[in-house]
Design a protein around this ligand. Sequence first.
Ligand code: SAM
Length: 332
Amino acid sequence: MTSDPGAFDVWIAGLRKWHGWLQLSPERPYLHAEEEYNQYYGVNAPNPAEGEGCCNLLKSHGVDLTGPALEIGCGTGFLSFGFARHYPGPDYLITDPSPAFLRITHELFGPGFEGSSRRHFAILNADDLGLLPAGMFSVIALRSTLHHILNVEDFIAHCARSLRPGGALVMGAEPCETGYLLMASVAQSIPNALKAAGVEMRPAWTAKLEEFTSTVQFCCNRDVDKTNGEDKHFFNPHDLAQMGDAYGLKLVFLPTGSFQDFAPPYGNAFHCFSSFFLMYMQFCMRFDEEFMAQIRLHLQPQLKFIDDCYRAHAGPAISSIFLLRKHRETAD
Ligand SMILES: C[S@@+](CC[C@H](N)C(=O)[O-])C[C@H]1O[C@@H](n2cnc3c(N)ncnc32)[C@H](O)[C@@H]1O
């Protein structure tokens, strides 16, 4: 375990470099074209609120933010931009297995960028976390990345080892199995609802539905080889609390919330099941406009039923935050 302030610099200085990036793992491109990622998901600009909210969340839970932070799976920098601006610690190591994603994130930080921590960029696959020094990081942050990592338990064990006492592993926008299973069940009723309304399913719509429901099944299953799937898992708080306990980390579960909820204007981005379901089908599954219009019209009773069940509370967790804190007194 190291709390020597110079230890991070020494470690970074000893890392191998590849095309200007620090290299901890062999590079690996994303399944889809990195340059099209933002357009595909409707992301127009870096969102400072996401990283600011993440820092605020960590502060409000008393996490020690005095040491270096590590981000895993930065993608196009959706979390990185605001995190770099608001993280109070000395260093921020931004990583992804894909050099194209690292380049896109690196380009977000122009010369006038405000942020006090020094930024470093490395190619890192979460499967190689055993290479990280023990007790080095105050924070390990991920957004929408845990479900891409093959062996989640090994990952949590390695994070626990690399965290300083009082630090935390924070993971936002992670899919939860109850919410996704409910979305898939609703989605499976679409063909019958359309048929009852006299609307014929188009082959392209059937294919899109199949893509969604088979992905849900794949992520729910635990008895299949997930090596080659890009999205691999869904989570529940019970399992992550157990894994955390096994490695000295205590879980705080924030169901159906996003990091942005902890930054001004402090609105909860989640409104109800139906709004998340429709947003997901339109922007994440790319259902076409006409299919979406039919779903809005003919799935209304099912969606209203679920919203009515959860009028006064969030309902089944869909996309949630898992904060795993390392006890201050815990030695690694
Ligand atoms: C859905 S994207 C999320 C990107 C970004 N964090 C965001 O919130 O927009 C998943 C990211 O995880 C990265 N990733 C996939 N497998 C990984 C692994 N085994 N280790 C580390 N990162 C991984 C991908 O390259 C990609 O950047």
